[in-house]
Design a protein around this ligand. Structure first.
Ligand code: KIV
Length: 299
């Protein structure tokens, strides 16, 4: 585990898309740190830790809403969660994830949905997929909304992929991923998530692009890393995948705390005197409680 205190760097100014676009490690830049968050307390925690990029991911589906996959969340769900995150006024850049079917029907609908995320408080949007997304990306960028790409294991393609599997494992698939990254980068994506690809493929793509790559299950060569809030803190229901490093076990700690509360209630130990409001002597008298004992004070 690493040093838990936010670096003095965390004091720096608000993160913007132009400040992220050129962040390449090969040019000496510090790696970008991205974490998901889905609500105001989560956003406060992530921001206080000095994170650069806050992704309101469609993984809200699995981590908060109890769905088995991300295919169930809608643009309305996403705007609801983006707005909650934005109310924390974080310094980090808020990226709103475009959910499945919010950018697949027409460019007009795509732009409208991207704009809904921006109006809710996102400063950029992210969408999944390769060359098939070029039209959508261009349309959103024409509307002045920055776009982050997402390549490799794209969870919205779970049905087409036949499960959550590491992608680009052979040279043809690796080349197709590289071509897609270059084309989407030329179309204007300001950064890419690379998920679930071999480390060597992520390294090649990172080398080939002038915009940063942010890895999740993509090895150490990317320009940044992203983890899901619930995985990193041990709050998830599932056993985390191999690529997760769990920095705390808050789920177990929370269960211990709630159990202690339940035991105190059942044993009559909660609430105690200090956790109660006390009636004034007049009220106690009126209630027939004037038993001569001194009252701890009325509040
Ligand atoms: O929704 C999400 O959490 C994501 C990350 C895995 C990058 O897209």
């Amino acid at each position: 585990m690493s040093d838990a205190s936010p670096s003095p760097e965390a004091e720096r100014a608000r993160v913007t898309v132009p400040s992220v676009r050129g962040r390449k490690r090969r040019d000496g830049a510090e790696p970008l740190v991205m974490v998901t968050a889905y609500d105001e307390p989560g956003a406060r925690i992530v921001d206080a830790a000095g994170v650069d990029l806050l992704l309101v991911g469609d993984s809200v589906a699995n981590n908060v809403l109890g769905y088995d996959d991300t295919l169930h969340v809608t643009i309305d769900d996403m705007t609801h969660h983006v707005a909650a995150v934005a109310r924390a006024h974080p310094r980090c850049l808020i990226i709103g994830d475009m959910p499945w079917m919010s950018y697949h029907v027409s460019n007009e609908e795509t732009v409208r949905n991207a704009a809904a995320l921006v109006r809710a408080g996102a400063q950029a949007v992210k969408l999944e997929g390769g060359r098939a997304r070029l039209g959508a990306v261009e349309a959103i960028i024409r509307a002045e909304i920055p776009v982050m790409g997402h390549l490799g294991l794209t969870p919205q393609s779970v049905l087409a992929m036949g499960g959550y599997r590491v992608q680009a494992r052979n040279s043809d698939a690796a080349q197709a991923l590289m071509d897609a990254a270059k084309a989407l980068s030329a179309a204007g994506c300001f950064a890419f998530v690379l998920e679930g690809v071999p480390d060597v493929v992520a390294a090649r793509v990172t080398d080939a692009l002038d915009v940063p790559t942010i890895g999740i299950g993509a090895g150490p060569s990317c320009d940044g890393q992203v983890l899901v809030f619930h995985d990193l803190l041990g709050l998830g229901a599932r056993t985390p995948p191999k690529f997760v490093r769990q920095y705390a076990d808050l789920g177990a700690q929370a269960t211990t705390a709630v159990s202690a509360y339940a035991a105190d209630v059942r044993a009559g130990r909660f609430p105690g005197d200090a956790e109660s409001y006390h009636g004034s002597p007049e009220l106690r008298h009126a209630l027939g409680l004037d038993d001569g004992t001194t009252t701890p004070g009325s509040d």
